[in-house]
Design a binder for this molecule. Structure first.
Ligand code: C2O
Ligand code: CU
Ligand code: CU
Length: 488
């Protein structure tokens, strides 16, 4: 064991001791996140109200949370390509915040990054144009230094973009019947059943790793009754830091879409490894089996510890699907989904390199002591030797240029994200990405060697409203593993 694995082992032991005492988790009903369907037209401003709340995750005790129009997390917004979304985002959390539209191809001045602060009590009213293809996107706090704490407490939601072909597609699309949105997160609860979040040197290093999987704000496993036929799951990993390896109880996972839209055709995979910030859509054939389950492997970090505890099985069930007698969606898994040609690296005229750096010599234990539960825009991590600075532009990109961005790391696996675009992965940690990650993406895993993406930026991001690129382990981002770029 190296130093890092030792740290993880001791954190996991301490964190898990609490939940070991509780009896075998019972299965709760899946919470359907209320959906606001705007695909038929928008007649008024869309209100998103960031508020403090209390929410019961299933421990029978209310936790202090943040929510967006709800007690925890926000609504699922369903919109259509070509619309402009007139938001009124009202901040009532008692602290300054921002809301970033993760995955949207939009100009920097409505991107909702750290420069578009919303003071407590204020309203931010961006008009957000939706120009891109059908895709699953999300929104979350991007308040520099407080992104981890605010997102963990509940400032996140899902934004589904549809287009003419996705609305016409022969796919399940009845929300809450055969089409479900799942937000997966890991949380820690104290002995009284209240959600907790606290920083430590280990949390800065690994990011916050909770000991309990939560689906749509309810402790897993959750169960849902579904009609016979195809069922579609649109899945977001909204953990602060934890990679989740998803698999089905019976047979392979059929993946139809990634972060930025449909794959060219469905891909069958034994499992899919999802980093924080990633989205995948999968289809499950409930005509074949009466019960199926979506399982989550807690990922490589917890594996050693959980492997010992459960005899080599670090996997937990997130969602159980039980087939009812009803006839549901009768179509078959499509053979063709989108027109997507392979990325061509010779299209690129510019290459940029980024090294994500954890080991810059900061005293993480002292920082954690000073900050307790938010990170406070630190200099403890960096990219290319520079911790994030709000008043420094790191890269200047020419609009319309195709570029290769190459990313490497000095330690461990990190998820890298770029604002304002979707890209294609050329290589991931020095290898060909898995087939399910070969479509449109805005997240790439980086562990060893280079991860390379082919990207083009088509919208303006001026000095006053630059785009961000960063590690999506939120504690790393808050600690300075982020940079800024303009497009013009
Ligand atoms: Cu999901 Cu810059 O973030
Ligand atoms: Cu983003
Ligand atoms: Cu990181």
């Amino acid at each position: 064991m190296n130093r890092r694995q030792l740290l993880i082992g001791s954190t996991a032991t301490a964190a898990f001791a609490g939940s070991m005492a509780s009896p075998q988790a019972s299965t709760r009903p899946l919470r359907l996140i209320p959906m606001t369907d705007l695909t038929g037209g928008i007649n008024e401003r869309i209100n998103l109200s960031l508020n403090t709340a209390s929410h019961d995750f299933g421990t029978s005790v209310a936790s202090q949370t943040f929510g967006i129009n709800h007690s925890y997390l926000g609504p699922v917004l369903r919109v259509k390509q070509g619309q402009t979304l007139p938001f009124n985002v009202t901040n009532n959390i008692g602290d300054v915040s921002t809301i970033h539209w993760h995955g949207l191809h939009i100009p920097g001045d409505v991107d909702g990054g750290p420069h578009q602060e919303i003071e407590d009590g204020a309203v931010w009213s961006p008009d957000v144009p939706v120009v891109q293809r059908a895709s699953m996107n999300w929104f979350h706090s991007h308040m520099h230094g407080k992104t981890a704490q605010q997102t963990y407490n509940g400032l996140a939601g899902v934004l589904l973009v549809e287009d003419d072909s996705s609305l016409d597609a022969d796919l399940p699309k009845t929300y809450g019947v055969d089409d479900f949105t799942l937000i997966l997160q890991d949380k820690t609860f104290d002995a009284t059943g209240r959600m907790t979040y606290a920083l430590s040197a280990e949390v800065f290093e690994d990011g916050f790793q909770g000991d309990t999987i939560v689906v749509n704000g309810v402790i897993a496993p959750v169960a849902q009754s579904v009609p016979t036929g195809l069922v579609r799951l649109r899945i977001l990993n909204a953990c602060n830091a934890r990679f989740l390896e998803l698999s089905m109880q019976t047979g392979p996972v059929t993946v139809i879409a990634s972060d930025g839209g449909f794959l060219s055709s469905p891909v069958e995979a034994e499992s899919i490894l999802m980093s924080p910030g990633e989205r995948y859509e999968v289809l499950i054939d409930m005509g074949i089996v009466g019960t199926n389950a979506l399982n989550v492997n807690w990922g490589e970090d917890a594996e050693g510890f959980f492997a010992n505890l459960f005899g080599g099985n670090p996997t937990t069930t997130a969602l159980v699907l039980n087939r009812s007698a009803d006839q549901g969606f009768t179509g078959a898994i499509p053979t063709q989904l989108a027109n997507l040609s392979p990325p061509n690296r010779s299209d690129a005229t510019v290459t940029r390199s980024f090294e994500l750096q954890m080991d810059v010599g900061a005293d993480l234990a002292a920082l954690a002591m000073a900050w307790d539960n938010f990170c406070g825009n630190a200099n403890a991590m960096a990219i290319n030797g520079q911790p994030m600075k709000m008043d420094r532009i790191d890269e200047t990109v020419r609009k319309g240029d195709t570029e290769i961005w190459r990313i490497s790391v000095d330690d461990m696996l990190h998820p890298f994200h770029i604002h304002g675009c979707s890209f294609r992965i050329l290589s991931q940690s020095g290898a060909t990405p898995p087939s399910y990650a070969q479509g449109w993406k805005d997240m790439v895993h980086v562990e060893e060697g280079w991860s390379e993406v082919l990207v083009r930026f088509d919208y303006d991001a001026p000095d006053a409203a630059p785009y961000m690129y960063h590690c999506h382990i939120l504690e790393h981002e808050d600690c300075g593993m982020m940079g800024q770029f303009t497009v013009g």
